[in-house]
Write a protein that binds this ligand. Structure first.
Ligand SMILES: Nc1nc2c(ncn2[C@@H]2O[C@H](COP(=O)(O)OP(=O)(O)OP(=O)(O)O)[C@@H](O)[C@H]2O)c(=O)[nH]1
Ligand SMILES: [Mg+2]
Length: 351
């Protein structure tokens, strides 16, 4: 145990050394594999040098793909009389697992003040000779603050009724193989079609009559056994309202599976299925498997979309369609079992 918050895999402080290039100066825990710290230092400092206009103190999210990791990166530029160009470039990266990136995208503004404060304190000491020696303490106090913040966010989300993914203490540390197999599932479709209700039925076997529009994204997770493999679904229930359009592309990134939902009593939501599918395609380069849900099947008598139309759409998009009802629970479990078998085909050997 390294005492880090279970959502945080590590913290890396890097600098651009004039002779050696990008190097990690200090890490928490100390034993993060070299391959990881090297790629973090290179990629984050590249961000600063490639994009010269990038303001000091911008928070960015970067992917360190081969390691299933992402990082919240704080870029810093300090004045230093002794450095070439009189500037010193540092980055501070908080690493987390790809599957948990929703929390960091969603709450990036909540993290900013912590990084600002840390940067100020670093700035005042950056040119001290013992700066590097004091870094472990700085990282450890930042780690404590982030732990506190993450727990607060988790509490408030739980109170608000949305499921916050639970990062287990025994989460595999950096560099180790991950068990169970993490799978990011995105759920999209027009507002009010029943995305949140479907997820709630699946994860809690519950149903709510009142419609509360999802703000941005709501995350939940569920362990599923498919044949001899255990999957950890991280379900991203994405808000359908158009005001969330801009942030959506962030939510699509890294998805392994998609669930497209329409409401059989809303022709409009059915017509928009193609657009939702295309929207995902724009931001995810590799095609991902998915399924179409014709929801609110309990209201079949007032359906405005015919079976023929549904079949045509399914054929056109190359996906299977299920008639579901979050109200009655019809086909909900089956849908998730089905996408489990889809992802089985995609699990690469050795994973
Ligand atoms: N009769 C019936 N009502 C449903 C069903 N699924 C959802 N609803 C109702 O439809 C309304 C909207 O459901 P939500 O799950 O919040 O819709 P959403 O797709 O998450 O909407 P956004 O978050 O705005 O994108 C709620 O009042 C639900 O109770 C269903 O299968 N049958
Ligand atoms: Mg919703």
């Amino acid at each position: 145990m390294h005492g880090l918050n279970p959502f945080i895999q590590g913290i890396v402080y890097s600098t651009y050394d004039e002779k050696r290039g990008p190097i990690p100066l200090s890490t928490l825990p100390r034993n993060i594999p070299r391959q990881v710290t090297n790629i973090v230092s290179k990629k984050t400092l590249n961000l600063l040098s490639v994009d010269g206009n990038l303001a000091s103190n911008d928070l960015e999210i970067l992917s360190f793909a081969p390691h299933d990791l992402k990082g919240l990166v704080n870029c810093m530029v300090f004045m230093d009389e002794n450095a070439r160009g009189r500037k010193r470039f540092d980055t501070l990266t908080v690493l987390f697992k790809h599957a948990h990136d929703g929390i960091f995208y969603k709450y990036i503004d909540n993290f900013t003040p912590f990084f600002n404060r840390m940067q100020e304190s670093v700035e005042s000491r950056r040119n001290d000779t013992n700066f590097t020696d004091a870094l472990p303490e700085t990282l450890s106090s930042l780690s404590g603050e982030l732990d506190h913040l993450l727990r607060e966010l988790q509490d408030s989300e739980l109170k608000a009724g949305s499921a916050f993914p639970v990062a287990r203490e025994e989460n595999a540390p950096v560099g180790k193989e991950l068990h169970p197999i993490g799978r990011k599932v995105i759920v999209v479709g027009d507002p009010g079609v029943g995305k949140t209700s479907i997820v709630l039925r699946y994860t809690n076997n519950a149903f709510k009559k009142t419609y509360v529009a999802t703000m941005g994204v709501s995350l939940s997770e569920k362990l599923v056994q498919v044949e001899d493999k255990t999957f950890e679904y991280i379900i991203w229930d994405i808000a359908g309202q158009s005001k969330f359009e801009r942030m959506r592309k962030h939510f699509y990134m890294g998805a392994n599976m998609k669930i497209l939902v329409f409401d059989i009593t809303s022709k409009e939501s059915f017509k928009n299925m193609k657009d939702w599918n295309a929207d995902i395609g724009r931001f995810i380069k590799e095609p991902i498997p998915g399924v179409i849900l014709a929801n609110k099947h309990d209201k079949e008598s007032s359906a405005t979309v015919t079976r023929d139309e549904v079949e045509q759409l399914a054929a056109k998009l190359g996906m299977k369609c299920f008639y579901t009802s979050a109200l009655s629970g019809k086909n909900i479990k089956e849908v998730f079992e089905y996408i489990g078998t889809l992802s089985l085909d995609r699990v690469s050997p050795g994973k």
